[in-house]
Write a protein that binds this ligand. Structure first.
Ligand code: CUA
Length: 377
């Protein structure tokens, strides 16, 4: 006969062995474990530890309950000629045991869970702040100097705080290697932070179903060695000055989310491919049409819903305020360069932009363009 005290004693002993087993398995999980991905931030070890405690506590009680139930079913099943025995209505010590032990277990779980939650939620004061914007269907990371990239670049061993928002629907930034997940919600700012401990590249996913290309809403965290981040940022912040408009356009298409829906090779994703469209005629849903030139491309970037090509869904977000004029020029030149017929017309140096777009672009662009033209001379 199993007494209440016996159960309590057994549970106590087993619980401590569960905790030991958890810490052993956790240490095995450093690197790529069976249950968990690579562990590369200051808090991921704690998250894993809590996961293992929950996992093995559950496994332990599941096993006990199934085994004891099985034994009792076998031992006390009805036999011919045997009467059912009386069961007691109340057993105070037994009831106290199965109330107090689970209470202690859940309070221990709460204590460690809440402690780690607070640690993961409150960013240290000296964190480096990066803005994160989710949009259908790409991530945009904006650094303090205004540089924008499709990947999250960070220095190693530095607290990074993220300010998340969305331009359209709810997305969720998910970085498994850091055990970090936070929603990006339109109209509000959410905060998250982490401190990466191992240089390398880790996956970023979207963990909130956000439409057709939700599963393609991928990016990378690049954790730089000491000094590497500063070098990357310096390089990324003024890349427009270093490459031709066509090359700049190609890079912008890749880093600002265009490439998620528009291909350079003729294959069709969410939107039309960029190959051989420049100079052709676009036909819209209502039957009207227009020649695809600089003005149409510019309009489609800034006001994508105004003229949607027949056969495609009106799902593109606006790039108003997300791309400056010089960047729009670069993207148009890149699209032009993908056209067999018009390739030779694509600008290969920035100084020509001033002539080509005279009177058309804003003062800021002219100033930038002139500045770079002077540098080139
Ligand atoms: Cu964004 Cu799913």
């Amino acid at each position: 006969m199993i007494t209440a005290m016996g159960i309590a004693h057994l549970a106590e002993r087993s619980l401590s062995s569960v905790f030991n087993a958890a810490s052993v398995l956790q240490s095995q999980a450093d690197g790529t474990g069976f249950w968990m991905p690579v562990d590369a931030s200051t808090t991921s070890g704690e998250v894993d530890w809590i996961f293992y405690v929950l996992l093995w506590t559950s496994v332990f009680f599941f096993a006990i309950i199934v085994i004891v139930t099985g034994l009792f079913v076998f031992k006390y099943h009805s036999r011919p000629g045997q009467k059912a025995g009386k069961t007691s209505h109340q057993n105070m010590s037994m009831e106290l045991t199965w109330t107090i032990i689970p209470l202690i277990i859940v309070m221990v779980i709460f204590y460690f869970g809440f402690r780690t939650y607070l640690k993961m939620t409150i960013a240290p004061d000296n964190s480096y702040e990066i803005q994160v914007t989710g949009r259908k269907w790409s991530w945009m990371f904006t650094y303090p100097d205004g540089t924008v990239d499709a990947n999250l670049h960070v220095p190693v061993d530095t607290p990074i705080s993220l300010v998340l928002s969305s331009d359209d629907v709810i997305h969720s930034l998910y970085i498994p290697a850091f055990r970090l997940k936070k929603d990006a919600v339109p109209g509000m700012y959410n905060k998250a932070w982490f401190q990466a401990t191992v240089p390398g590249e880790y996956d970023i996913l979207c963990a909130e179903y956000c439409g057709t290309s939700h599963s393609d809403m991928l990016a990378k965290v690049i954790v730089h060695e000491p000094g590497g981040f500063e070098a990357w940022l310096k390089d990324a912040s003024n890349f427009l000055d270093k490459v031709s408009p066509v090359e700049a356009g190609e890079k912008l298409v890749k880093t600002r989310g265009c490439a998620q829906c528009h291909t350079p090779d003729g294959s069709v994703l969410i939107g039309p491919s960029f190959k051989d469209i420049y100079g052709e005629t676009a036909v819209f849903k209502d039957g009207t049409n227009t020649v695809i030139d600089e003005n149409y491309l510019r309009e489609s970037i800034l006001d994508p819903m105004s003229k949607v090509v027949a056969g495609f869904e009106p799902v593109m977000p606006t790039y108003q305020g997300k791309l400056n004029d010089r960047e729009i020029v670069a993207i148009i030149q890149y699209i032009k360069s993908l056209s067999e017929k018009h390739r030779s017309e694509a600008l290969t140096v920035w100084e020509e932009v001033t002539e080509a777009n005279e009177g058309e672009t804003h003062a800021t662009t002219d100033a930038q363009v002139t500045e770079s033209a002077v540098e080139t001379e």
